[in-house]
Unconditional design. Structure first.
Length: 118
């Protein structure tokens, strides 16, 4: 599995961004995909995940009701729509994948920087 993240940028507080993660792989239905983020001086943290099939989602409390994770099977792409962005959302965002049932995320994409100005 190869992952390619994109879509980061600079946005003012209250604004929106959509991150994309292009996925290579033949049987995506077996995978759980996720977004993580890491702010300067902080540990990497879970943001959101989606089981490719049937599309079950999960969110960190800090982003619930502001972020929406989704996937497009035809495009083999996962998205993270981020609304009402706050300065504390500033971080490098990474997409990751694991086989359903595994205990760790085995595949990671390169990060994409999200900066939210106040």
């Amino acid at each position: 599995v190869q992952l390619q993240a994109s879509g980061g940028g600079l946005v003012q507080a209250g604004g929106s961004l959509r991150l994309s993660c292009a996925v290579s792989g033949r049987t995506l239905a077996r995978y759980i995909m996720a977004w993580f983020r890491q702010a300067p001086g902080k540990e990497r943290e879970f943001v959101s995940s989606i089981r490719w099939s049937p599309g079950t989602t999960a969110y960190a409390d800090s982003v619930k009701d502001r972020f929406t994770i989704s996937r497009d099977n035809a495009k083999k792409t996962m998205y993270l729509q981020m609304n009402s962005l706050k300065p504390e959302d500033t971080a490098v965002y990474y997409c990751a994948a694991q086989v359903h049932g595994a205990t760790t995320y085995a595949w990671w994409g390169q990060g994409t920087q999200v900066t939210v100005s106040s």
